[in-house]
Ligand binder design. Structure first.
Ligand SMILES: Nc1nc2c(ncn2[C@@H]2O[C@H](COP(=O)(O)OP(=O)(O)OP(=O)(O)O)[C@@H](O)[C@H]2O)c(=O)[nH]1
Ligand SMILES: [Mg+2]
Length: 349
């Protein structure tokens, strides 16, 4: 039996969507039940991750992209689509300047009923921000938002997590942050489907583009690139997969590098085209299927770990963990034995 909030979310009620996301942030059982009821209605949206160093222009670009998808700004290229935006702030839960700035910036979009905008911040709950974000995406998806942008600051795990959750990941670079190959963060090639060199009105944008280009060339030359688990290049034609349909005779996807000036709405249409082209590629090459499988597997793992941990900690008595830490510190106990005894539920007295 669906609860009231589930029905309202499915009907696209914005206030119900907002409330359920708050419930998810607070990690309640009711939220979990609602998510279970909503799950069959998910899997429709195109999830687009947008990541990059602080201040590179992620929020500004997402706003501009949203406008194009809504058909405003004189872009009748395709029929308007509804847009959900989740801005993830991994740092400050309450005083986040980024969140405040985003609120102000996004106000210009908020009059449009076809756009839903939400900021999320860490509460230190067990599953962490990545879990809550993945669940919030499901709510927007079930509520019928067709394109969902998720903005995360490019910092280690947060970035990897979003690439796992998103279908298409845009990595934003900006000139001046270091324009040579060494300065480009390791691991970025693994997650980027599209590069946007934003602030192209500033000096050094071409250098940033060239550095990325060289990096892609090197990467391509040095190995049969595994991009999101699918072989790229000519190798793809001989690649066989036992986990689902074999990849097609695709040439693979080489991330385009696009210059933008988000502040002045320049180059945005090309980014939209790249996003659409990437989705097409995912569908035609069967990569979508494979990614979805990997995503589900990793999500299942996360939830399992989280749930096992929660159950274990529920059983551990107040102060017991502290005692253990002290005993380990005094070398009376080693950490492996401590964990074994915790799991087996032995008393430590
Ligand atoms: N010159 C120039 N400034 C830009 C451009 N795009 C964004 N900005 C400015 O750069 C600053 C940061 O932009 P944001 O969109 O907030 O960047 P962000 O990556 O979302 O920032 P965080 O969420 O705090 O990491 C703002 O002052 C923007 O007005 C651009 O294309 N050119
Ligand atoms: Mg931002």
């Amino acid at each position: 039996m669906s609860s009231d909030i589930v029905k309202r979310v499915l009907a696209g009620d914005r206030r119900a969507v907002a409330r359920l996301i708050t419930m998810i942030e607070n990690d309640g059982d009711e939220a979990r039940r609602a998510l279970a009821d909503l799950y069959p209605y998910t899997g429709q949206a195109h999830i687009v991750g947008v990541t990059g160093a602080p201040g590179t222009g992620k929020s500004t670009l997402v706003n501009e992209l949203a406008k194009v998808y809504r058909g405003s700004g004189g872009q009748p290229a395709h029929s308007p689509r509804t847009v959900g935006i989740i801005a993830v702030d991994p740092t400050s839960p309450f005083s986040g300047g980024a969140i405040l700035g985003d609120r102000i910036r996004m106000r210009e979009l908020s009059g449009d009923p076809g756009i839903f905008i939400r900021s999320m911040a860490t509460r230190g709950s067990l599953g962490g921000l990545a879990r809550a974000t993945a669940d919030a995406i499901k709510v927007l998806d079930a509520a019928g938002y067709e394109v969902i942008f998720v903005e995360t600051v490019g910092a280690g795990q947060a970035e990897v997590d979003i690439a796992k959750t998103a279908h298409t990941t845009i990595v934003i670079q900006a000139p001046g942050l270091g324009d040579d190959i060494q300065a480009i963060k390791a691991g970025i090639l693994e997650i980027a489907d599209i590069f946007a060199v934003n602030k192209a009105d500033r000096e050094g944008a071409d250098n940033a583009v060239m550095a990325l280009q060289m990096l892609l060339d090197l990467d391509h030359a040095s190995r049969p690139t595994l991009h999101h688990g699918v072989m790229m290049g000519e190798e793809a034609s001989t690649n066989e997969s036992d986990s689902g349909p074999a990849p097609s005779q695709e040439q693979g996807w080489r991330p385009p590098i696009l210059k933008t000036v988000a502040l002045h709405s320049e180059g945005i249409e090309a980014v939209v085209e790249a996003i659409e082209a990437h989705l097409m590629y995912l569908k035609e090459s069967q990569t979508l299927y494979q990614r979805e499988r990997e995503r589900i597997e990793s999500e299942l793992n996360d939830i399992l770990q989280q749930e096992l941990m929660r159950r274990l900690l529920d059983r551990v008595k107040e102060g017991e963990l502290d005692d253990l830490i002290q005993r380990i510190g005094r070398r009376e106990l080693d950490p492996y034995s401590a964990v074994r005894r915790l799991i087996e539920g032995e008393q430590f007295a």
